[in-house]
Design a binder for this molecule. Structure first.
Ligand code: FES
Ligand SMILES: [Fe+2]
Length: 352
């Protein structure tokens, strides 16, 4: 079966679920303040909050008393208190206190689901599947988030589509056409694909506009006249359920997925600019390196937002076109997308 016919037989990918047995990002750490925060991960409303020791917890976002959202509530010591009648729940999801419980009444024996949750590399990750597997599966590692040799920018966005449209956009480097002078790469040629049941890795030979080899080179991010096209490998990977790409040695970019529903996906795009080419960097004082990292934080956020804006117009149209005419065929020439769809199916089947 060739690439074209294979992908045409897979339109229903747009209705597939997710493999729940992975760590998904639900928010950035700094977005969780003192108040509980409600998030949605594949149609499951979840409330995350910190107790008075600062420890993070995640519970089903539903008060079992009257089914309202617990994320309207407040944290009182180690308990999450519902806004409506003040029932309080512990971190295991059990009702621990009812303010008007009569002396002859027992606490209601109601319990809501708790989720494994961790804070790591700038983000809050939730494991929505079989809790016993949460120690075996690791969240995607982003060591560059903290590493002093990397400048970090990120943006969070809501994609009005099934997650498959977003990952196909990210894996198809031929769509640089859309970004015109915003794109970092040019002339990609897909050379090979490595795939297994957990990932698809597509290797493109391409050209890059940027080369971060001198201190002033960072200015290329802002001044187009300083950019010069030169050959670089462009590697993009769907490491289910997230995406990682590198352009030469200077740039790494990741997209962390939070599929919300069949037609909505939250995601975080994170851009790392490497300073590893500056071989004297490591002898500079740590405080200075941290200062440079901090002052440069989000320097490329505007660029990321512009790229995302362009992509979202196309992805939303793809989703709407699918909803209006699910019978219409796409004509796909990029084999990486056939592999992406295969991986999505494999992962969903694993989850069942
Ligand atoms: S609905 Fe939550 S305490 Fe009543
Ligand atoms: Fe794009």
């Amino acid at each position: 079966m060739n690439a074209l016919s294979s992908i045409n037989n897979n339109r229903d990918i747009r209705k597939l679920g997710i493999n729940l047995n992975h760590w998904y990002v639900v928010t950035q750490i700094s977005e969780l303040k003192n108040q509980p925060l409600g998030v949605t991960l594949w149609n499951q409303p979840i409330v995350i909050y910190r107790d008075n020791t600062g420890k993070i917890h995640a519970l089903e976002d539903r008060c079992p008393h009257r089914q309202v959202k617990l994320s309207h509530g407040t944290v009182i010591n180690n308990h999450l208190e519902c806004a409506y009648h003040g029932w309080r729940f512990n971190a295991a999801g059990e009702c621990a206190e009812v303010p008007y419980l009569a002396a002859n009444q027992k606490l209601p024996n109601c319990k809501i689901r708790k989720y494994p949750v961790i804070e790591k590399d700038g983000f809050i990750w939730i494991f929505p599947g079989d809790e016993t597997l949460s120690n075996i599966v690791s969240p995607l590692a982003l060591p560059e988030w903290e590493h002093l040799n990397y400048i970090v920018s990120y943006t969070g966005f809501e994609c009005p589509s099934h997650y498959s449209f977003l990952i196909e956009n990210l894996m198809d480097m031929y769509h640089g056409h859309l970004h015109k002078d915003l794109q970092a790469w040019a002339n990609p040629v897909l050379q090979y694909i490595d795939e297994d049941e957990n990932k698809v890795h597509a290797h493109y030979q391409a050209q890059s506009y940027y080369r971060i080899n001198r201190e002033w080179a960072v200015l290329q991010l802002f001044i187009p006249a300083l950019r010069q096209l030169h050959p670089e490998p462009l590697d993009v990977s769907y490491i289910y359920p997230h995406w990682v790409a590198t352009l030469g040695n200077d740039f790494k970019i990741c997209c962390l997925f939070c599929p919300v529903s069949e037609i909505k996906t939250r995601a975080y795009l994170i851009h790392f600019t490497s300073l590893n080419a500056f071989d004297k960097l490591h002898i500079l004082p740590v405080w200075f390196r941290r200062f440079v990292k901090n002052i440069s934080f989000n320097a490329a956020k505007g660029l990321l937002n512009n790229l995302v804006r362009q992509d979202l117009v196309m992805i939303e149209e793809e989703q709407q076109a699918y909803l209006q005419h699910p019978e219409r065929k796409n004509y796909e020439l990029n084999k990486a997308l056939v592999s992406v769809q295969k991986l999505i199916k494999t992962q969903v089947e694993k989850s069942i």
